[in-house]
Design a protein around this ligand. Structure first.
Ligand code: AMP
Length: 498
């Protein structure tokens, strides 16, 4: 493996030596240099160990998007403590479950204490701890296979499970990003974190740090605020989930000449090709798609900017350099190009299993190292991956497989449709029938929408029932919750049968 004994802390101290006083992190008025970042994380790491925490302990972290969160994350890494990042948008009930399930010994919190742990550290105490902490390098050396963090899955198919990620998987992500996605990173690079750096966008922090690039944290994402900040800071890269791109192209005034954005990375959920094309029209050929999942964070495949040709806009790209991808049938046989099956992946980027869930681990991660993603996809002759849908969301109607995403993409090409979610509802005759919930920009009848689909989709794929909703249910990270759509379909809203 890449840098077999290397620790995350080594990358930080090396960057401090190389880039010293230049800014590494900027958030509003606060600027932290590379050298300061190294020192803050050393001091806090030492202070955490002085509080009685021991390497390998799990520490739940509930801190807002900002520099403190980043300092906490990397202080934990230096101290050999396992971080359990929590999302502040979740309810106390959801957080309580994760704190309990992860067996966190400590909680670092911005005020809420959904569950008491042995040690509770309010963020207001962090400055004092940093001040009193020893300035000696904090470098607890751990095996690269030892847990570095526990990442909870979205829980779109049941109770969230914690994925065990290691120093090995983290370094693999950095290597993959540097080789394939951001090969031109250097001290002039500026990453604008438009999504919380304590989540997906955080994956861009280390690659920038090791190359001397700076990370600017945006307080809160608003489409125009993003454009203005990108101009002000001279942002070269950013990361968004598709909903943010939709907001950007709908609501922002984009003056391309004043932007120096060379990579708008996006992923985490499917994107409609029509939206992607609108994005490219507005911002130029800067879009780079990432496909990954909690079990293999952001690094299974990527679609480079120059690969965003009209015929490839529906593709998730090709595997990263250090990643293998295959398509398998239910028996585990490899499938040829053009045939749909489950996407599996193998490489240093994958998880080590689910925390205390041996059954789920055995189902997902084979002894040969192949990880079952639960996504259905197919490759074309050139090796480009096309994701069709989640295995659990596939609708089987009259014996035919219907991939909801394909139907959603067609609905989204209608100018009146802003959002769409397609689900299968039990049906005596057909097994399941295709139903859609849509959010519209302007009024349109269900009949007209069905008619629109009739010209573009085979009969068995056409929605049989369309509901008009004010909004679609989304998880706290903005993923559409098809399960909730399915469960509430036909119950609470006016129904139009088509
Ligand atoms: P999570 O584990 O919550 O990050 O969700 C991961 C899932 O999101 C994947 O298994 C895919 O179903 C979906 N996903 C992630 N990235 C993409 C992408 N670029 N295109 C389509 N779906 C994606």
């Amino acid at each position: 493996m890449i840098g077999q004994h290397l620790q995350i802390g080594d990358l930080i101290s090396r960057a401090a030596k190389a880039f010293g006083d230049s800014p590494a992190l900027i958030h509003g008025e606060r600027v932290v240099s590379f050298a300061e970042f190294d020192s803050l994380t050393d001091r806090l790491g030492n202070a955490l160990l002085d509080r009685g925490l021991e390497p390998g302990d799990h520490v739940a972290v509930l801190v807002p998007n900002g520099i403190d969160g980043v300092v906490v994350y990397y202080a934990l890494a230096k101290a050999g403590l396992v971080r359990v990042p929590l999302n502040a948008r979740e309810t106390d009930v959801e957080l309580d479950y994760k704190i309990e399930d992860s067996r966190a010994r400590a909680l670092i919190t911005d005020g809420r204490t959904p569950r008491e742990t042995e040690i509770v550290i309010p963020t207001t105490e962090l400055a004092g701890m940093i001040e009193r902490g020893s300035s000696q390098p904090c470098r607890v050396v751990r095996d690269q296979e030892a847990p570095l963090r526990l990442a909870y899955t979205g829980g779109t198919t049941g109770k969230p499970k914690a994925v065990i990620l290691t120093t090995r998987s983290e370094l693999a992500e950095v290597a993959n990003f540097l080789v394939d996605l951001l090969p031109d990173l250097g001290p002039e690079s500026v990453m604008l974190h438009a999504a919380p750096i304590t989540h997906g966008s955080g994956a861009f922090f280390l690659p920038h740090l090791v190359k001397g690039g700076r990370s600017v944290i945006l307080e809160k994402f608003t489409p125009q605020g993003f454009v203005d900040a990108a101009i002000e800071y001279g942002a070269s890269s950013t990361f968004m989930v598709p909903t943010m791109i939709a907001m950007l192209v709908e609501d922002a005034v984009i003056d391309r000449d004043r932007l120096r954005l060379s990579r708008l990375c996006y992923g985490g959920a499917p994107i409609a090709p029509t939206l992607l094309q609108r994005g490219i029209d507005a911002l130029g050929p800067v879009f780079a798609q990432l496909y990954g999942q909690a079990e293999a964070p952001l690094a299974i495949t990527c679609l480079q900017p120059h690969e965003h040709t009209p015929e490839r806009l529906a593709s998730a790209g090709k595997p990263y350099t250090f990643v293998e991808v295959d398509i398998r049938d239910a028996e585990g046989n490899s499938l040829p190009a053009g045939t749909a099956g489950e996407v599996v992946t193998r490489g240093p980027h994958t998880m080590n299993g689910y925390w205390h869930r041996p059954d789920a681990t055995a189902e997902t991660l084979g002894s040969d190292g192949w990880l079952r993603t639960g996504d259905i996809g197919q490759r074309d002759e050139s090796g480009y991956l096309y994701l069709l849908d989640r295995r659990h969301d596939v609708i089987i109607s009259g014996g035919f497989n219907v991939y909801p995403r394909e139907v959603e993409d067609v609905l989204l090409t209608h100018p009146a449709v802003r959002e769409a979610a397609v689900v299968g509802v039990d049906d005596e005759r057909w097994g399941q029938r295709v139903c859609a919930a849509v959010v519209v920009r302007e009024q349109i009848s269900a009949d007209d929408l069905v008619e629109f689909c009739s010209n573009r989709l085979a009969g068995f794929k056409r929605p049989r029932h369309i509901e008009f909703w004010d909004e679609l249910p989304k998880s706290s990270v903005g993923k559409s919750l098809r399960r909730t759509v399915r469960d509430t379909m036909g119950q609470t809203r006016e129904v139009e049968n088509a």
